[in-house]
Design a protein around this ligand. Structure first.
Ligand code: 26Q
Length: 824
């Protein structure tokens, strides 16, 4: 065996053998040959070759974890935004060079082949990409871990612009197969839904409950190997696909006939059809609840099955072996599901079962926005999951009577607030409260966010359980977000820092010694320039717009949301345009503003902002009066693979959310890591980035959290800013004219209305002047090339903390308590 492995691995050192392997797969896996193979076929053959390494190691890892009966974390998430896997796997296997050389000898360019891969876009944004970075780090650090989620047939929609407006099309990432996944029919699960609950009494008067489901859905697991850097550990991401259950539907519905049964099949398969495209809003739809329950129930069953294989019916080791991390409240239904399994199925006493639950679950909160806090109507719950509703009521009753009553005796106001059930004309189940009550740890995702979770969101819970609420600051994987996406900078870094910086990111600190070195500055700037040349090509291909790579590239990439304030960026761009029109000699470096953002399809104002940016861009880009000093680009279909092209080319990183609203942000970390200067508010992880890089190396503006609170307390009036700042007034008035929408006056007026008549919910106007001043500061800094280079270098050098390996180690130390497992 050992010999076989050595032989197998040997070809990864040898171009010739590798070429033969790829060609072998071209012939016998793809059924084609060198003469007629498409690029897609070459890509597939290359993936198949890589998989010879990957699957082998995945099996070895799983076997070792089983034999050593390791404790593992189970990361439950409705989203895993994995992006493309070929280059990432090559990087992590550390065979990128040999594969690239072998392909070159076959007349192929690895970067061109990589473009053939559709993004695995099974997520919306930050929360989903965080899950992807976390599984990368878990494997890299050798921790036993499994990611559980949904095998959506359609990931996040693709975005086009039609006359400036967002149009959504379905994403079909695996229409023609996906080489990275393996179906595991041997681990299929059957999942109940709907129906009613029967109450039974035994001869001693003891109650037991039996759920008679109205439907059974089949869960089919697909495994995607997650290769750790250095490739020792290969963990698994297990995604569940829903199917009609063979046993149930075909038999029971025979009476209704063959076609009716087919309708049932379609319904069953709907559950994993499509990812909900909402981000930071709650949808409250039946299908979404079914998605949540479906994947949680499959995953819990999978965990229990694996546990029982090692421990039989002895539950005493369960909490030693299992920890489940809930990625937001989206998988919180796993809590009553585990209770149901223990109490109804394993006949465990309630107290013992609850004790187990409270040692198994931990919950990460990603938002303070009230509209994003998940609530389900009791009516819907009763229909879809009648037994779980009963269990939730019982959890709640005991919590209010045994726990709250002790700390807040007789305090009905607090009881109402902490109750899992919200009373009102529509009773609701509060998933946040359920998650806090059941979890042994609850964490926010950046220092300030975790502080606000304690002080503003869950202060009473914090009083009841003073050690439950904690912080784990987010991080990003430097393998994807530096080594693989920015090879030029990585090579430069390798010349000055030990080559293990991708697993030891604090080593980048060494670069700070070079921040004043003119030669190093030149090299750093030259790389930034080359990355900008490449992005300029992408921009021209995608939009036809020509941009000058000498210009300052100012980038805002994130979901479109009013709290993230793309509209603030837009208003400032319009102000610059106005300054240039009024004074063609207005002093500023050439600037290119680049956006990437998808709006939730049902979020009207977000779509209006996209339209406005596109309209303003069109006008500015064709206005010869301003002599190309200003360009605005909105790249369509922002996604992981596009981020990998944009981030290395950024001079400026826009992180301009209203203070207190952005839980952490992770794009801010990726951009700073690649040497972009942050213009940002004191929000989320921006604060920690500023701490690490030093206040001189970021540009901070705007109200802080306390000032926002004070401003609101005194009654914020956006009109004050409108009347006191004439430039701002003129820009806002532009929205009502037809200046940017010839022949269609008022087409953009809703934006003005939202900022004035509707109260400017995110204090955009209050921060405008400060933001404008911050940009003037950036202009001055940018012109001083040495100064700019120094700042950029220090940013890259200071990002050690934001490695997701550090985040994972924090989770391990404070929450999961895992031991790394060496794979031979
Ligand atoms: C809820 C109900 C129904 C349908 C969809 C949703 C839904 C889906 C996705 C709600 C929220 C999300 C995603 C939230 C998210 O991405 N939050 C971000 O998480 C990042 C990682 O912690 C943070 O860095 C960001 O600050 C935070 O906004």
């Amino acid at each position: 065996m050992a010999k076989k492995n050595t032989q197998q691995d040997a070809k990864w050192l040898d171009k010739k053998a590798l070429k033969d392997c790829i060609i072998h797969h071209l012939h016998s896996t793809l059924g084609t040959d060198e003469n007629k193979a498409s690029k897609k076929a070459w890509w597939n053959a290359t993936c198949a070759a890589v998989n010879e390494l990957v699957f082998e190691r995945a099996t070895r890892t799983q076997k070792t974890h089983y034999q050593q009966d390791t404790r593992a974390v189970h990361y439950f998430s409705l989203e895993f935004l994995m992006g493309r896997l070929l280059k990432n796997n090559l990087t992590n296997l550390q065979v990128d060079q040999v594969v690239s050389d072998a392909l070159a000898e076959l007349g192929l360019d690895i970067n061109e082949l990589a473009e053939e891969e559709p993004d695995m876009a099974l997520g919306n944004g930050g929360l989903g990409r965080l899950a992807a970075c976390f599984v990368d780090s878990l494997a890299t650090l050798g921790y036993p871990a499994i990611g559980y989620g949904i095998h959506y047939e359609h990931g996040l929609f693709t975005q086009d612009f039609h006359h400036g407006r967002q149009v959504e099309r379905p994403d079909s990432w695996r229409e023609y197969g996906n080489p990275w996944e393996i179906c595991r029919p041997e681990s299929i699960q059957e999942i109940p839904l709907y129906g009613y609950v029967e109450t039974r009494y035994d001869e001693n008067g003891n109650i037991s409950k039996e759920w008679h489901p109205g439907r059974i859905i089949k869960g089919v697991p697909w495994d995607i190997p997650v290769v750790g850097y250095g490739a020792k550990t290969v963990n698994i991401l297990r995604l569940w696909e829903s199917r009609a259950s063979d046993f149930f539907n075909w038999d029971v519905f025979n009476a209704g006939g063959y076609l009716d049964a087919q309708v049932e099949n379609v319904q069953a398969e709907t559950i994993s059809k499509v990812l909900y495209p909402n981000d930071n809003t709650d949808a409250g739809k039946e299908l979404r609840l079914m998605q949540q329950y479906f994947f949680c129930a499959c995953s819990i069953k999978d965990i229990v099955r694996r546990y029982k294989r090692a421990h039989g019916d002895d539950w005493s080791e369960f909490t030693k072996q299992i920890v489940i991390q809930l990625n937001d409240t989206h998988p919180a239904i796993a809590i009553p599901e585990l209770m149901r399994i223990l109490v109804d199925r394993a006949n465990m006493q309630w107290d013992k079962a609850w004790d187990i639950c409270q040692q198994v679950f931990a919950y990460t909160n990603h938002t303070l926005l009230p509209e994003a806090l998940e609530k389900w109507s009791v009516r819907l719950f009763e229909k879809v999951l009648p037994r779980h509703l009963e269990i939730i009521y019982e959890i709640n009753r005991r919590f209010l009577e045994d726990v709250v009553e002790k700390v807040y005796p007789g305090n009905d106001a607090v009881k109402r607030k902490l109750s899992i059930i919200e009373e009102g004309h529509q009773k609701m189940v509060r998933m946040g409260n359920l998650s806090v009550i059941a979890s042994f740890k609850v964490n926010g995702v950046a220092e300030i966010h975790s502080k606000l979770v304690k002080s503003d969101l869950f202060p009473e819970f914090d009083k009841i359980w003073p050690n439950k609420l904690t912080n784990v600051t987010n991080g990003v994987t430097p393998r994807r977000w530096l080594k693989s996406c920015n090879p030029l900078l990585s090579d430069l870094i390798n010349k000055h820092v030990d080559e293990d910086w991708p697993v030891n990111l604090y080593k980048l600190k060494r670069l700070a010694d070079k921040a004043d070195d003119a030669e190093f500055q030149q090299a750093f700037l030259a790389i930034k320039y080359q990355n900008k040349v490449k992005l300029a090509q992408v921009i021209e291909q995608e939009t036809g717009i020509k941009v000058d790579p000498e210009a300052m590239f100012d980038i805002q990439i994130k979901r479109l949301h009013e709290y993230k304030r793309q509209q603030l960026n837009l208003i400032h761009i319009m102000a610059l345009y106005k300054r240039l029109l009024e004074n063609p000699n207005y002093e500023m470096p050439k600037r290119v503003f680049i956006f990437g953002a998808k709006a939730a399809p049902g979020y009207h104002m977000a779509k209006e902002i996209i339209y406005a940016i596109n309209r303003v861009a069109e006008k500015i880009n064709q206005d010869s009066r301003i002599k190309d000093k200003l360009k605005v680009v909105f790249l369509p279909n922002y996604r992981v693979s596009l981020a990998e092209k944009m981030i290395p080319a950024a001079d400026v990183s826009e992180q301009i959310s209203l203070a207190g609203k952005e839980a952490s942000g992770t794009g801010n970390m990726k951009l700073a890591l690649n040497g972009a200067i942050t213009i940002g508010t004191l929000d989320g992880a921006n604060i920690e980035i500023a701490e690490e890089a030093g206040e001189d190396n970021v540009v901070i503006f705007g109200l802080d959290v306390d000032q926002v609170k004070a401003k609101r307390a005194h009654g914020y009036n956006p009109w004050d800013h409108y009347y006191s700042n004439n430039e701002l007034k003129c820009v806002l008035d532009w929205f009502e004219s037809d200046f940017f929408t010839p022949g269609k006056p008022g087409e953009l007026a809703e934006i003005k209305r939202s900022l004035l008549d509707y109260g400017d919910s995110y204090l955009t106007l209050a921060d405008f002047e400060s933001y404008s001043d911050a940009h003037k500061k950036l202009d001055k800094l940018f012109i001083d090339r040495a100064r700019w280079a120094k700042m950029a270098i220090i940013n890259t050098a200071s990002m050690g903390k934001f490695n997701s390996d550090r985040s994972i180690q924090d989770y391990v130390d404070r929450i999961w308590h895992l031991t790394p497992c060496t794979i031979k």
